[in-house]
Design a protein around this ligand. Structure first.
Ligand code: G3P
Length: 217
């Protein structure tokens, strides 16, 4: 399973990249707004900087919701860097646009996916990635990981090549469950990635080893 970081924060992207286990980055308009980036040129420059930090796919989301506006924005985003993946919402014009990008060799990430039916449409349109939002599904009293399992099963059964990118990750356990479910990619906040490191027995064991090591100096 590939690890992407789900943020537009450059310090966090650098920290995750320095770990050596980062495969890519995803952003969305909310994450970009959090970084207080204003205006078209600043947005484009920010994506370019992210692409210069991480050698892997970087999802940049369109703001438009009509076929024409998605195509126009997506082409501009794709021109920033060869690693840009155009992130498109799961709407009717979004599906049409994903098909257009597929036919024009521009990689896409179909976002805001909450059902297996939506994931089938994204795959039919040729999306490179499909992004089910598992944390938000859990928030609404459904089971996000079950949706990942269902989509992985459908894609394997049907031979779809679209990669299942588990998004809206909230905890380290989400990452473990997505790995078990067969997700191709997990996009996570830095806190969830770092949370994977933690176990109290590791801390206790290390303390004991350090204590014993100090007696041998
Ligand atoms: O990648 C989508 C993700 O950023 C949404 O996460 O926590 O806002 O549901 P969240």
């Amino acid at each position: 399973m590939k690890f992407f970081i789900d943020t537009a924060n450059l310090a966090q992207i650098k920290e995750a990249n320095d770990l050596g286990i980062l495969d890519g980055v995803t952003t969305n308009p909310s994450l970009m707004a959090k970084e207080n980036i204003k205006g078209h040129d600043a947005i484009m420059a920010h994506y370019k900087t992210i692409c210069e930090i991480v050698d892997g796919p970087v999802s940049a989301e369109v703001f438009g919701t009509t076929f024409e506006s998605i195509i126009e924005e997506g082409q501009k985003l794709a021109a920033i860097h060869e690693n840009i993946v155009v992130k498109v919402p799961m709407i009717k014009d979004g599906i049409k646009a994903i098909k257009w990008f597929t036919d024009n060799n521009i990689p896409t990430n179909c976002t805001l996916v909450f059902s297996a039916g939506q994931a089938i449409l994204a795959a039919k349109a040729g999306a490179t990635y499909v992004s089910p939002f598992i944390g938000r599904i859990d928030d609404s009293n459904w089971d996000g990981v079950e949706l990942i399992k269902q989509i992985v099963n459908i894609y394997n059964t049907q031979g779809f090549l679209t990669e299942v990118l588990a998004a809206s990750i909230r905890t380290p356990l989400h990452i473990v469950k997505c790995a078990e479910a067969g997700a191709d990619v997990c996009t996570c906040p830095l806190s969830s990635i770092l949370g994977l490191l933690k176990h109290p027995l590791t801390d206790l064991g290390l303390q004991q080893f350090l204590n014993d090591a100090s007696t041998m100096k």
